[in-house]
Design a protein around this ligand. Structure first.
Ligand code: IVH
Length: 673
């Protein structure tokens, strides 16, 4: 076989491998919002594929990842086709590539030109449409051709003007920009999520895009998002210069970054890049590069576009801060759900202003992909992420290294076998009733504010009780005695009585919260509410078959199977009996039941505007209590719109177009009387 043939086969194989990998990363990034690799690695893989595909046109595939720019479409929002497609920018990673871009532009234009340099904000992009000076629509990038209508959510962002200032803006235009979560807000949000034991956001970008996709815009409002606008589009723009137009737009009330510089030479461009690569660390929001744009719109038109990006602009991406250090060992942490997280223990190294000793290795696939050996010199990066990660191994420095790192097959805490659920990257400890971190985690969840809300029981106290052998299960909490607590170190009579009182009061917590407190996998607050309403008691729920469970709206196979698994475990059933004996609410109270009617069963209701008698949250609760469903956006399936004052014009137009009834607050209350 000729060596040329072997190279050919290798390249073809690589194309298929890259396509599969990139499809997966695309899905994790755009759909799940949980990327496993950083943007730079993704871009490199994509580039490799683009190059190989160009070399092998016989391998053309209309579904190759190179054929699309990704999709973050979300089925719960109305989709809108972009008037002008939302293209992405070609990325560069070196000054040499910037110089190539500059020379290309120079050659093509063959006249003087200016480059506008600005920050590349690392958030989620948005396209805003203004008509007659009013914000009418905000749409996400989606797949570049169509995106989600997130107008209601965007309206909660204070820095986005709803009505423009001054005069002189075109009758209709679009302005694009980036929605961001400032570092301080991000850190505070993650702190709160940690306290509530909710999963943390990896970086402000995920936090911003996750927030923008929330169905409840009042939560969006509480998240304090920000936005910078950087691109004006339309037919009658004020002038020819991008820089000048953005300054004018700033006068209309838009937040335009003041870090913008018009450069007339390549050296000035590079100066800007070098300066901001360092200075960006002092900015309140995340940035991941610099965007270079030919300033004149006429020249932009002359340069034109490729299929995916403009020829008149590029993004220069900053190198994530990186250090090289030795891997000493890999340890494994067990979380509340039994998820195993591998952690790299490193020789301490200085990175982006902090000393790093540990880095996350995420999961078994990442370890395998890196082909890690103990003693390897590894590259550690701190991008936008809070936890540093290992991105590669210095193969040239690999000699006399120790064993290859092999992912464990037993739980490091209790020795039970591990399992991997379909579609999940993590391994889990299967011993969910006796593995110490899982037990403690379950108890912590049980007593937490949104569950049984037992005061005075923080994670340290739970750990102390556990170490002392006083609690092994959630039901043990109800057998605690005040004198036993008071005897413990750092406890006294007062705290003991406080805890006992908290436990007593928890017996009045309604069934739906008890159901949530049990910590059944996939049964969060909302699912617990739905199940409590549908089955009314724990006994009925425990007896339900897969079919019975799946009959309930919004309960799918994953949740149904998890419930069956939970009740099939004798230890769980024992716990429930003990909770019953203790007097915990295991069925809906009569009183609760009387508040529920079926007047709105089967109705999907959109709430819009400002109300006189109740808040929007109260109306949401009223709808749910009467069997209806509150949905975020209008579609053919919407039964009616509960409209207060100042209902958004876009919503009104959509409702009229689809012929959906608009009900006033008074009419609605009358209906429920
Ligand atoms: S201009 C046609 N300017 O980077 C060019 N984009 O891959 C329109 N971005 O999707 C984009 N900061 O989300 C532009 N100052 C900036 C930017 C910026 C961040 C994002 C944007 C876009 C992506 C390009």
């Amino acid at each position: 076989m000729s060596s040329l043939y072997l190279i050919y086969m290798n390249e073809v194989e690589r194309i298929y491998q890259l396509r599969e990998e990139l499809h997966q990363h695309n899905h994790r990034y755009y759909v799940l919002n949980a990327p496993e690799i950083d943007d730079q690695t993704f871009d490199f893989l994509m580039r490799e594929l683009q190059d190989l595909e160009a070399k092998h046109p016989e391998c053309y595939d209309e579904n190759s990842p190179t054929m699309r720019v990704g999709s973050d479409l979300n089925k719960n929002f109305v989709q809108v086709v972009h008037k002008y497609p939302m293209l992405s920018l070609a990325n560069t990673y070196s000054e040499a590539e910037v110089a190539e871009f500059y020379d290309r532009v120079k050659k093509s234009l063959n006249e003087n030109f200016e480059i506008c340099c600005e920050m590349k904000f690392d958030g989620t992009s948005i396209s805003l449409t203004y008509e007659e000076g009013k914000l009418v629509r905000a749409v996400t990038r989606g797949d570049g051709t169509q995106g989600d209508d997130v107008t209601d959510n965007v309206k909660t962002i204070r820095s986005i003007p709803l009505v423009l200032h001054g005069k002189g803006f075109p009758k209709e235009f679009e302005i694009r920009g980036e929605i961001l979560m400032p570092w301080l807000v991000f850190e505070q949000l993650n702190k709160e999520r940690e306290e509530r034991e909710e999963p943390l956001f990896a970086n402000p970008r995920n936090a911003a895009s996750g927030t923008l996709k929330l169905q409840n815009s009042s939560i969006v409002a509480s998240r304090k998002l920000d936005a910078y606008l950087y691109y004006l589009l339309g037919e009658n723009l004020p002038g020819d210069g991008h820089y000048e137009n953005m300054q004018t737009a700033s006068g209309w009330g838009f937040k335009v970054s003041d870090i913008m510089r018009k450069c007339s030479t390549l050296e000035e461009v590079l100066e800007f890049i070098r300066y901001w690569d360092v200075e960006r660390k002092n900015l309140p929001v995340a940035t991941d590069g610099v965007v270079l744009k030919v300033n004149s719109a006429r020249q932009q038109r002359n340069l034109g576009y490729t299929a995916k990006s403009p020829r008149w602009a590029i993004a220069y991406k900053f190198q994530a801060e990186r250090a090289c250090t030795r891997l000493n060992k890999v340890t494994y942490q067990v979380g509340r759900t039994g998820a195993i997280t591998p952690v790299a223990n490193l020789d301490p190294v200085q990175l982006a202003g902090t000393v790093v000793k540990r880095a996350s290795l995420h999961n078994a696939d990442i370890i395998e992909g890196l082909d890690l050996h103990i003693g390897d010199m590894v590259y550690v990066e701190k991008g936008g992420e809070i936890i540093p990660k290992i991105v590669g191994v210095d193969m040239d420095a690999r000699f006399m290294v120790g064993d290859k790192v092999r992912f464990i097959d037993k739980c490091p805490e209790c020795g039970s076998p591990l399992t991997r659920y379909e579609g999940e990257a993590a391994h889990y400890c299967t011993n969910d009733t006796a593995c110490p971190p899982q037990i403690k985690g379950k108890i912590e969840h049980f007593v937490s504010r949104k569950a049984m809300n037992i005061d005075g029981l923080g994670s340290e106290t739970i750990d102390q009780f556990y170490q002392e052998g006083m609690i092994h299960t959630i039901a043990d909490l109800y057998s605690l005695k005040a004198p036993d607590i008071a005897r413990l170190e750092r406890m006294g009579k007062k705290s003991a009585l406080n805890i006992m009182e908290g436990i007593r009061v928890s017996k009045e917590v309604p069934f739906e919260r008890v159901l949530f407190a049990l910590g059944i996998r996939f049964v969060g607050e909302t699912t617990a509410k739905t199940l409590a309403k549908a089955f009314r008691s724990i006994d009925a729920l425990a007896k339900a078959s897969l079919d019975d469970l799946m009959q309930v709206d919004e309960i799918g196979t994953r949740i149904a199977q998890s419930i069956l698994l939970y009740f099939s475990n004798e230890k769980n059933r024992e716990q429930i009996e003990r909770l019953r004996e203790a007097g915990v609410q295991l069925e809906m109270e009569e009183l609760d039941m009387s508040e529920y009617t079926d007047k709105l069963v089967g109705k999907s209701i959109v709430i819009s505007g400002v109300f006189a008698h109740h808040s929007r949250d109260e109306y949401k609760e009223i709808i749910e209590k009467n069997g209806g469903k509150n949905v975020g956006s209008i579609s053919k399936k919407t039964s009616f719109i509960l409209a207060g004052d100042n209902m958004g014009p876009a919503k009104l137009e959509k409702a009229n177009k689809l012929g959906i009834q608009i009900m006033t607050e008074d009419e609605f209350l009358k209906l429920l009387e």
